[in-house]
Design a protein around this ligand. Sequence first.
Ligand code: ZN
Length: 404
Amino acid sequence: MAFPYLEAVLGFMIFMYLFETYLDIRQHAALKLPNLPKPLEGVISREKFEKARAYSIDKSYFHFIHEAVTILMDTAILYFGLLPWFWKLSGNLVAYLGLDAENEIIHTLSFLAGVMIWSQITDLPFSLYSTFVIEARHGFNKQTIWLFFRDMFKGICLSILLGPPIVSAIIFIVQKGGPYLAIYLWAFMFVLSLVMMTLYPILIAPLFNKFTPLPDGELRKKIEKLAASLKFPLKKLFVVDGSTRSSHSNCKNEEEVVAVIAHELGHWKLNHTMYSFIAIQILTFLQFGGYTLVRNSKDLFESFGFDSQPILIGLIIFQHTVIPLQHLVNFGLNLVSRAFEFQADAFAKKLGYAKALRAGLIKLQEENLSAMNTDPWYSAYHYSHPPLVERLSAIEEADSKKEN
Ligand code: ZN
């Protein structure tokens, strides 16, 4: 008997939904607590706390609804065999347009175009509500509806421009791959990520935000001095103007800005950036390795309702079957990431920025109305950064040790 892949995937998706909803309920209860956590009393004003609390609770309700709709849609798509149905439909469309339906690349692009239209449509009510109701209600949204749709349009154009060549290349590699397929796929993604890392700040980010060089002055001098003392190869300094869309963050004083930058440079100096990059490379390689093992498994495709074995579909199905592992890996990555944050804080502190960093972190938390009370299970599972209370007490702890 063939292994019931589809049923296993559906079962795990629903199990994860229930588990994460349980964490959300715990977090929701923490958000509703009427008082600041002890260590933040007197540090954060009552007024800011009430604002942050209302904002977090609003977002939390919205999240419950969004998640419920998402799990309903995802399970329905798999359970009712909409993937194979849509794969056929997109093939018929290709033939109808007089193109070569036997060409897998053309067929795949037609399928993906449909997927993109579907996800844009189903996403739209949520992003509209989130931006123009929730963010607006709490005074964050500065975006006009016109700017919102212009950003969306730019995003779509970008994926029409970048998507097809990348997808075609991947299909071509799998078709020609042979026994070393995993290495070729990994090498392709490696080069692609290097290219994107180079092009993103030059070509893509400026499409959405305005970058202006940081003007000469005290702040610039301080940052340059700090970078030079750490031998950081600082070339250009830009200020991003994100304020046309959202008023989240930041009006800090110079010392606090420099302290936060010292924290970021700590990530660089302690090789965190490199470790993360290497971890991602290893995970990508393992994923492709796993994929090459199952890509010709007839059972897997049949279980999801396919009588053919299209490459893109193989990748999508494989992605679904490794969800359990992915959740475990994410949990591990969050653990490491939180440890890195503590180290970067300690680094900034060693350079003498303890006081300014603390003030900067508190201000960031206040201005973004981030959750002040957090559930320990929820933050252990989801947070890539430790909760503010933990960061402040870690910075302080080392302080009092020194004094003793
Ligand atoms: Zn950090």
